[in-house]
Design a binder for this molecule. Structure first.
Ligand code: HXC
Length: 269
């Protein structure tokens, strides 16, 4: 039985250059590795250079393509501008952005400080806008631009302890749809992926502590957490020529979790 990434041809993304925020760890590390595996040059961006260096080394060993690792905080438009400029200089162009940098924690709304709420909005939503805006010229110039925004399904209904992340990810989905409409005429497609619970990620370590994991699994029609490679496969498809006429779409990859009615008062992370 082939794995989720084994179905693509080896040159599916040849010639592309992608900048992946949050690419040092988790889901976006998987997307960066998959893009490199299928022929794209990749710049991974996160706050910690040592994490980026280790990830770049691992991706290079696995794929034969060495990513550029550039430390920047997506909350800082100047820093992101420098990462974009460095990618263009290093690889000669930039045609793909993956916005995956995110911050999250569990908190009751009544206990969440204004700064806690603002911090998550600033990373997830403002960071996504900063990166899209900063890359516009490069994407337009490429003639085949693509933005992939990683959101969530939290905001499809009320999710306890997640008002900050739900609001941020709702905004990210709005960015996806608005930019698809505004930037289509510049040759730029804009899509999203809304992952459900994905195993072996920092997000799930934070959001499903203790015995919450099995409780969440019981709410997922597929009966299990997803795998990073299952999100990466969706990301490869959406960047590939197979999705050339797909834009403004947010692909839910969650084992059916969001279409199953969550129990009242229960977690639906
Ligand atoms: C309540 C908290 C908190 C917590 C931080 N804050 N952690 N409030 N509960 N557990 C509050 C702080 O008290 C502070 O407010 C404000 O948030 C900013 O905190 P800082 O630590 O100063 O911010 P910073 O150093 O910028 O860190 C950002 C962070 C941190 C989001 C708080 O956790 C982080 O850097 N995370 C990155 C990694 C991450 O979260 N990965 C998981 C993503 S999972 P005050 O008022 O005290 O100043 C994901 C999946 C979503 O996104 C979809 C799920 C299905």
């Amino acid at each position: 039985m082939p794995g989720p990434l084994d179905v693509f041809r080896p040159d599916a993304l040849a010639g592309h250059v992608a900048l992946v925020t949050g690419g040092g760890t988790g889901i976006c590390r998987g997307i960066a590795a998959a893009y490199a595996r299928f022929g794209a040059d990749v710049c991974i961006v996160s706050r910690k250079q040592d994490v980026l260096d280790a990830t770049a080394k691992e991706i290079a060993a696995a794929t034969g393509r060495t990513p550029l690792g550039f430390a920047a905080d997506v909350r800082d438009p100047d820093a992101i501008g420098k990462a974009i400029a460095a990618t263009r200089t290093h690889f000669g162009k930039l045609d793909t952005i993956v916005n995956g940098a995110a911050g999250n924690f569990l908190s009751p709304a009544a206990a969440l400080s204004p700064n806690g709420f603002r911090t998550v909005i600033d990373i997830d939503l403002n960071g996504t806008f900063n990166t899209c805006r900063g890359a516009f010229e490069a994407l337009q110039q490429s003639g085949n631009g693509f933005i992939l925004n990683i959101s969530a399904t939290l905001h499809y209904h009320g999710t306890p302890l997640q008002i900050h992340a739900s609001a941020a990810k709702a905004g990210v989905d709005a960015v996806t749809k608005n930019l698809a409409v505004e930037w289509g005429r510049f040759g730029i497609r804009v899509c999203g992926i809304a992952p459900g619970p994905i195993g072996d990620t920092e997000g799930m370590r934070r959001l499903a502590p203790g015995d919450l994991g099995p409780k969440i699994t019981a709410q997922i029609p597929a009966g299990r957490f997803g795998a990073v490679d299952e999100i990466a496969a969706a990301a490869v498809y959406l960047r590939s020529a197979a999705a050339a006429y797909v834009t403004g779409h947010i692909l839910v990859v969650d084992g059916g979790h969001c279409v199953a009615t969550p129990p009242l008062g229960g977690s639906s992370l």
